[in-house]
Design a protein. Structure first.
Length: 308
C-alpha cells in the first residue's frame, strides 16, 4: 500500500511510488502511447524490442529505445523474452478504449420498451457526461442514473446498450454491497437513509460511499435483492429470468410501492414482490442482510376490498 492511502492523504502524496504528475507526463507522448497500443495488439506477449519498433514504425532505434525506457518499470516490464504490460499500462490502454479521456458523446432521449413504475408512461433513456439515465417522459421519475463509459456505446444498438447498462448497474451495486468500490477498489460503506435530497423520489434509499475516493451510488432498497438466491428462484418458478430482466421493469427495484419501513432504530424494511398468485416478502436490516423470507399466496381482489 502506498502512502497515498488514508483519509488525510492527497493525490500528490507519494513516498513509495511514482509521483502522479510524473506518471501522467510519461504517457503524455504520442510515441509512447503508440508503444502501449502495439503491445496491446500483439497476438502474444512478451514482445521483442525489434517487433515493437516495427509495429510503431520508428526507424531511429535510439529514439525508440529512449521512449520505451520511459515506459519501463511503471507501465511496461522488461523480461528476458521481451516486453510485457504492467497493470498500470493495461489500465491506460483500457481507459483510452473506454473513451474515458478523449470521448464525450451524447445520445437521446430515446424511448425504451418499458413503462414508468409510478405513472405507467413510456420510459426514455439518455446519455451525457458519461452517465446513462432512465427516466419517465411524463412524471420525470428517475429510474436510475449511473456511470457508463463511452466505449460501451460502440458497435451496439440502443437495445444492446440498455442490456449492457442493466448488467453494469447490477455489477456496480453487487460490488458496492460487498464493500468494494467499483471505481478504485477501496472500502465501500453502505447505509440506509431517508431520501431527503429527493435523488430518486423515494421514502428511503440505500447509499454506498467509498471511504477512499468518495464515489457514491444510490438506489431503492429493493435493488439489493436482484442477486439474492431465493428471489431469483421465486422469479424462475414464475417463468421470469431475473438475471436478464431490466431492473427498471421491476417496481420493487425503483420505487417504494412495495416497501414498508417497520422500524428505523434498528432498520427493519419489508419488500413485497408480487408475481401471479404469490407474494415473496423479504425483511432486511440496515446492513441489507435478509432477516425473514416469506412466500405467501397473494390476496384476491375481493379480499383486498374487504380489507380496505
Amino acid at each position: 500500500m502506498s502512502e497515498t492511502s488514508g483519509p488525510n492523504a492527497t493525490i500528490n502524496d507519494c513516498e513509495d511510488c511514482v509521483a502522479p504528475a510524473e506518471a501522467f507526463s510519461v504517457i503524455a507522448n504520442e510515441t509512447r502511447l503508440s508503444i502501449l497500443e502495439a503491445l496491446w495488439k500483439a497476438p502474444e506477449r512478451p514482445v521483442s524490442f525489434s517487433e515493437l519498433r516495427r509495429e510503431v514504425d520508428m526507424r531511429d532505434s535510439a529514439q525508440f529505445n529512449y521512449h520505451l525506457k520511459q515506459l519501463t518499470d511503471h507501465f511496461v516490464a522488461s523480461t528476458d523474452d521481451g516486453y510485457e504490460f504492467r497493470q498500470a499500462g493495461k489500465k491506460v490502454v483500457r481507459a483510452v478504449l473506454a473513451g474515458t479521456f478523449n470521448e464525450h458523446p451524447e445520445m437521446g432521449p430515446f424511448e425504451t420498451d418499458s413503462t414508468c413504475a409510478a405513472c405507467g408512461a413510456a420510459l426514455h433513456a439518455y446519455y451525457a457526461d458519461e452517465m446513462l439515465a432512465i427516466a419517465c417522459s411524463e412524471c420525470e421519475k428517475n429510474h436510475g442514473e449511473y456511470p457508463f463509459p463511452p466505449g460501451g456505446l460502440n458497435d451496439r444498438t440502443r437495445e444492446e446498450i440498455l442490456d449492457a447498462f442493466n448488467q453494469r448497474v447490477r455489477h456496480l451495486h453487487c460490488l458496492a454491497a460487498d464493500g468494494v468500490c467499483p471505481e478504485c477498489n477501496g472500502r465501500m460503506r453502505t447505509a440506509v437513509t431517508h431520501d431527503d435530497e429527493d435523488y430518486l423520489g423515494l421514502e428511503v434509499r440505500v447509499d454506498h460511499e467509498c471511504e477512499q475516493c468518495r464515489h457514491r451510488l444510490y438506489s431503492a432498497v429493493g435493488l439489493s435483492l436482484l442477486d439474492q438466491s431465493d428471489v431469483v428462484t421465486f422469479h424462475r418458478d414464475h417463468g421470469v429470468d431475473l438475471c436478464t430482466k431490466p431492473y427498471w421493469d421491476l417496481p420493487w427495484c425503483v420505487s417504494d410501492e412495495y416497501t414498508t419501513v417497520r422500524s428505523e432504530d434498528p432498520w427493519r424494511i419489508r419488500i413485497e414482490i408480487p408475481l401471479d398468485d404469490e407474494v415473496l416478502a423479504v425483511t432486511l436490516d440496515g446492513e441489507l442482510d435478509v432477516l425473514e423470507m416469506e412466500r405467501e399466496t397473494a390476496p384476491s381482489a375481493a379480499e383486498d376490498a374487504t380489507a380496505t
